[in-house]
Ligand binder design. Structure first.
Ligand SMILES: NC(=O)c1ccc[n+]([C@@H]2O[C@H](COP(=O)([O-])OP(=O)(O)OC[C@H]3O[C@@H](n4cnc5c(N)ncnc54)[C@H](OP(=O)(O)O)[C@@H]3O)[C@@H](O)[C@H]2O)c1
Length: 225
């Protein structure tokens, strides 16, 4: 079994997650930031690739104190579990994602340096999952066995592409903001080639929020209702 998996990302009009310098640009408006914070608060875990950790150094915590309190009232931790895909355990120990604000799971592969893995274990949980890159299906089973029923995938482009290609995405939320970059990291980096069905479109602040359903997500189903 696996958790219900959804991707959330903000893109430019030309479908880029970043500008040509591959640097983070605030594409979302205030309203969208609030929506994303709520999605985070409603999730059991939030996942990113090491590319995003190295370029943006995100903390991946719930920003609203009210939403954190609501989680506590429901018997949950204030923040969801943070998950990083990091085959070679490259993550800098001082990354914000390893802060004590929330628990973190770093998924590495057999290629990871054993000493670095031992050091990482002081700051996070570590699972060895796959040979070259992290085996996503295996990781989904591990997360499910840890009680994760709703997983938010926040990117970046390579991670989104691999999740979609493997049929592990149940929903896609894309916020399109008012930028055209021309170059930069794409929403999905690499070949995917799947069909997605439009569920909803809404004007949000200065941009547009779309919800899409991948048609290949039943290949490896979740039991989330
Ligand atoms: N606009 C937005 O909403 C948004 C959101 C998030 C990120 N971003 C942007 O996205 C950019 C990063 O995207 P990116 O494509 O370069 O990197 P990424 O998707 O964040 O990370 C990709 C890396 O994760 C590791 N990985 C391990 N197992 C993997 C697997 N099964 N599938 C995919 N990756 C796996 C690989 O590195 P190893 O082989 O070394 O492990 C891979 O190169 C950043 O510049 C960030 O600003 C934007």
């Amino acid at each position: 079994m696996r958790p219900f998996v959804f991707v959330n990302a903000a893109v430019s009009v030309d479908g880029r997650l970043t500008d040509w310098r591959k640097r983070q640009v605030r594409i979302s408006c205030e309203e969208d930031m609030k929506r994303v914070d709520k999605l985070r608060a409603e999730s059991d875990a939030i996942l990113v690739g090491i590319g995003t950790v190295l370029s943006d150094n995100p903390s991946l915590t719930v920003k609203s104190e009210e939403l954190r309190k609501l989680r506590i009232l429901k018997g949950k931790s204030p923040n969801p579990l943070r998950v990083v895909l990091d085959s070679k355990a490259k993550i800098p120990i001082n990354s914000k994602i390893l802060s004590p604000d929330a628990k973190t799971l770093v998924a590495v592969t057999e290629k990871a340096n054993v000493e670095k893995v031992e050091e990482l274990k002081k700051y996070s949980e570590v699972v060895v999952c796959g040979k070259e890159i992290v085996d996503l299906k295996k990781l989904m089973s591990i997360l499910y066995s840890m009680g994760v029923r709703k997983l938010m995938v926040e990117g970046g482009g390579k991670v989104i592409a691999n999740f979609l290609r493997e049929g592990i995405v149940d929903r896609i939320y894309v916020y399109v903001g008012g930028f055209v970059f021309g170059e930069g990291v794409s929403f999905a980096e690499g070949r995917v080639g799947i069909k997605v069905k439009l569920k909803s479109v809404e004007k949000l602040g200065e941009g547009v929020l779309m919800e899409w359903i991948p048609t290949n997500s039943n290949k490896f189903a979740s039991d989330y209702n």
